[in-house]
Design a protein around this ligand. Structure first.
Ligand code: AMP
Length: 571
């Protein structure tokens, strides 16, 4: 099938021809003719990189009347980056339609500037939900004549908590309009939106529901928790020409991993919410231009990253919510290319891999962390490749050649090659020999030792902690778990039994993180109250299998907490 058969205007066909698009992608082949011929609603289940922007963008432009400046099309998407990207794409597709204007409105940018543009009118508005709600409330954007609303990356928008904003926005649009919803996955909340706002939508699925991109290979490496960074480094060293995106769970992890990589001489930078918008833009620009080789990002910051050619996505830790794995890995293998998604897991995370396999309907390959020999071999090949492809500025170098030749006169060709190779080789050899074998085995249970469903049980690796807040402070299990994991960066599977008492609380966590937990949780603010965390000497379980009555359990804890409170007062 060619673009000429889809029913698009000549002005659009010529623009996509200029972009070098030869053939519509599968989702475009299905969506474009349907949307041009019907006024109906559409659900497009497609992962990122399938060409979905053009799948909705081309028909949207095709049906827009450029002689009328009223807003006729609205695209809502989760992030500023995606918003800018979509608006750019639409501008490219409509460059031959005179009088057609597209405005991108998104948070983190001067609202007055956006208002001035909106005052001039635009037929198509591309927006992030929060900013659009703000503009609607200020009566700066009118959506009463919108014919089509596109919800792009609907699952992401719901993940990010935009449900209420989306409801508010859709209520501002006319009853009779088309809704075109695109989503990589179809969790219940997305089906609910489809139910609430659409009438028997036409459904297009590229691949199967909730299935990831077939061009992505999925690998995992099992290492001890403390070896995560060394394993990450080994993987990067084994793929010297990677153009990679590393996902971390928290801002703190992201900053730390990026710092360590930079300190080790890698061309890497972080992208997370603690950076200013200008800093984030600068990092993204460098990454897009490929002057930055490795981007280290949180899930939220990386949403909407639309960079083709990413060869490797590395999960420094698997995402908290396994559904996010599809989004992360979908940043590689875009537009028909191939890519690899590499997860570094600890010995207790085998079950997570199984869950993800069920979601993406694809098996992971278990891989060994590259050894010192593997890495050295790859690096030698890389060094030689670089030598053979390096551009030589004959003129500039000529005047230095005599000195170089004189100094190297006594070496044979073979000696020289050995020395060049060794200069790279030595540095890797030294590092990895010190690290030893980084591979570990999945624990027999393949799952959480502390984790969900077992949070009531005790564990010999557990350290018991005291926290100075309890039920009366509005504290609960979820809040405690979130604070422990967010602040210290540990996986929630490493947090065990939690007891929330009236005035204070206790929890178990893996012993090896004791210092990290105490340090990172100290002085965290919970609803205006400052947290104090201490180690206790008591253990949560073991006594009568941990099945003591609530009352006696409470008493025992209260005593131990008094001890703690006393010792705290001394400080
Ligand atoms: P998207 O899924 O919309 O983010 O598109 C992914 C990439 O594919 C973008 O770089 C698009 O420019 C490119 N693309 C979209 N449609 C086509 C097509 N028919 N032919 C070639 N490239 C395309």
């Amino acid at each position: 099938m060619t673009f000429n058969e889809l029913g698009l205007k000549d002005s659009i066909l010529s623009a996509i021809g200029d972009l070098g698009y030869e053939k519509p992608t599968p989702i475009q082949q299905e969506a474009i003719p349907f949307l041009i011929e019907n006024q109906g609603d559409l659900v497009g289940l497609a992962s990122t990189g399938t060409g979905k922007t053009a799948a909705f963008g081309l028909p949207l432009l095709n049906q827009t009347d450029e002689t009328d400046r009223i807003t006729q099309g609205l695209v809502i998407c989760p992030t500023r980056e995606l918003c800018i990207q979509i608006a750019n794409d639409l501008e490219n597709y409509s460059k031959n339609i005179k009088g057609l204007d597209i405005i991108a409105v998104y948070g983190g940018s001067d609202i007055q500037k956006q208002i001035r543009k909106l005052d001039k009118g635009a037929q198509i508005v591309v927006a992030t939900p929060g900013r659009l709600v703000d503009l609607i409330k200020r009566k700066k954007v009118r959506l009463r004549n919108v014919d089509a609303v596109v919800l792009d990356e609907a699952d992401e928008m719901l993940n990010m908590g935009f449900k209420e904003d989306i409801d508010f926005i859709l209520d501002e649009t006319p009853v009779h309009k088309s809704v075109w919803l695109f989503s990589a996955t179809m969790p219940k909340a997305v089906s609910q939106i489809a139910k609430n706002y659409m009438e028997s939508p036409f459904e297009i699925t590229v691949g199967q529901k909730n299935e990831g991109n077939k061009n992505i290979e999925h690998h995992y490496y099992v290492v001890k928790e403390r070896d995560r960074f060394a394993a990450l480094k080994a993987i990067i060293d084994y793929h010297p020409s990677m153009y990679g995106l590393i996902f971390c769970r928290t801002r703190r992890d992201t900053a730390e991993v990026a710092d360590k990589l930079m300190a080790n001489g890698y061309n890497a930078e972080p992208l997370h919410g603690d950076l200013s918008q200008a800093q984030r833009d600068r990092v993204m620009e460098k990454f897009r231009q490929r002057t930055l080789q490795i981007l280290v990002a949180t899930d939220v910051a990386a949403r909407g990253i639309d960079v083709d050619d990413i060869t490797h996505v590395i999960h420094h830790k698997l995402p908290e919510d396994v559904e996010n794995y599809t989004h992360r890995s979908g940043r590689t293998a875009r537009a028909g290319r191939k890519g690899v998604s590499l997860a570094i897991i600890n010995t207790k995370e085998g079950r997570k891999i199984k869950t993800i396999e069920r979601i993406i309907k694809t098996k992971f390959q278990s891989k060994d962390v590259p050894t010192v020999n593997d890495i050295c071999e790859k690096q030698v090949v890389n060094t030689v490749d670089k030598l053979t492809t390096v551009e030589v500025d004959e003129k500039a170098i000529e005047k230095h050649m005599d000195v170089a030749l004189e100094k190297l006169e006594s070496y044979t060709k073979e000696d020289l090659i050995k020395r060049i190779v060794a200069s790279e080789f030595n540095r890797f050899k030294k590092f990895y020999e010190k690290e030893g074998n980084l591979n570990a085995r999945l624990s027999d249970k393949g799952g959480d030792d502390f984790g969900r469903g077992r949070r009531g049980s005790s564990n010999s690796n557990a350290q018991r902690f005291f926290v100075n807040l309890g039920k009366k402070d509005g504290f609960n299990q979820g809040a405690l778990l979130r604070i422990v994991c967010d602040s210290s960066g540990i996986n929630k599977s490493l947090v065990g039994k939690i007891d929330i008492m009236n005035n204070f609380s206790f929890f178990d966590a893996d012993k090896s993180y004791t210092d990290a937990i105490i340090k990172s949780m100290q002085n965290v603010n919970f609803e205006g109250k400052v947290l104090n965390v201490e180690k206790t000497n008591s253990s949560s379980g073991g006594r009568k299998g941990g099945r003591r009555s609530n009352e006696s359990r409470g008493k025992g804890r209260r005593n131990s907490s008094r001890r703690n409170q006393k010792s705290k007062r001394r400080y």
